[in-house]
Design a protein around this ligand. Structure first.
Ligand code: NDP
Length: 257
């Protein structure tokens, strides 16, 4: 019989919102390398095709499911379809996210709701949709993606910071509620990572690139691949007694005085 490690994800099924690019894809690759079947879910099909070929080239069992996290019905349909197809659902990563960068006094209600709904309410919808499948399977792992702005504020990112503070508190509350079902709910707090999201931020926020470099002890921006290991850890039996935690993956940004 093959030996298993505390990081073995074979026979596990994972669903990653926004897994078609950026940090989500970085985590999806990690889960697939640890043996999981991975469903990447999002809106952009061209990005998903490219992501799927990368995943499949490694021999991973990967699929794309269309998902608009702004729609509650879409979250339920995509997750139910995944559980039906693979016969189970073990891991949910609430990763989809967006930002509108403006000072608070210039934000419209529509912009506020777009960010809060994409980053926060989506995690509520998807977690609620995943719960019965995880409970039926005897347990599960939910991983919420926070941010340095779960901790710090930024003049240009009030809805983003509000959503990212709240998603960590949501994880703690769900962790307490669902511990009895052997479901662990944790958060990852990325530092500044090189993705489409921050490409736009670097265009919109003057001096951002250099400020981040100056403050990050690791002396570099993060890459999506930096999230493969932490995703595996929080999705695997290795973390079965860890719940409600928030782990910074930031090259030391948040501990720099
Ligand atoms: P990307 O822009 O590459 O990824 C965001 C993902 O969210 C996309 O794949 C996108 O899919 C998906 N998404 C957005 N809106 C929706 C929607 N309505 N329905 C379904 N999917 C949606 O950026 P990142 O990889 O950087 O971001 C991933 C997460 O990491 C986000 O939660 C972000 O806030 C967080 N984060 C990122 C940091 C960074 O420095 N990059 C720092 C801290 C946190 P699609 O293209 O199909 O719409």
């Amino acid at each position: 019989m093959a030996a298993t490690t505390p990081f073995d994800l074979s026979k596990r099924v994972a669903f990653v919102t926004g897994g078609n690019g950026g940090i989500g894809l970085g985590m999806a690759k990690g889960l697939a390398a640890a043996g999981a079947s991975v469903v990447i879910a999002g809106r952009n099909k061209a990005k998903a095709e490219a992501a799927l070929s990368e995943l499949k080239a490694t021999g991973a069992a990967a699929e794309f499911v269309e998902l608009d996290v702004l729609q509650e019905a879409s979250c339920h349909q995509a997750i139910d379809r995944t559980a039906q197809k693979f016969g189970r659902l073990d891991i949910l990563i609430n990763n989809a996210g967006t930002s509108v960068r403006k000072p608070p006094e210039q934000l419209t209600a529509e912009e506020w709701h777009l960010v809060l709904n994409t980053n926060l309410t989506s995690a509520f919808f998807c977690s609620q949709a995943a719960y019965p499948h995880m409970k039926r399977g005897g347990g599960g792992k939910i991983i919420n993606i926070g941010s340095m702005m779960s901790v710090f504020g930024a003049s240009y990112a009030s809805p983003y910071a509000s959503s990212k503070g709240a998603i960590v508190q949501m994880a703690k509350s769900f962790a307490v509620a669902w511990a009895k079902d052997n479901i662990q709910v944790n958060s990852i707090l990325p530092g500044w990572i090189n993705t489409d999201l921050t490409k736009k931020a670097r265009e919109q926020v003057e001096g951002l690139h250099d400020k981040v470099l100056a403050r990050t002890p690791a002396q570099r921006w993060g890459e999506p691949g930096d999230f493969a290991g932490v995703a595996v850890f929080l999705a695997a039996p290795a973390s079965d007694f860890i719940t409600g935690a928030a782990i910074a993956v930031d090259g030391g940004y948040s501990v720099q005085a």
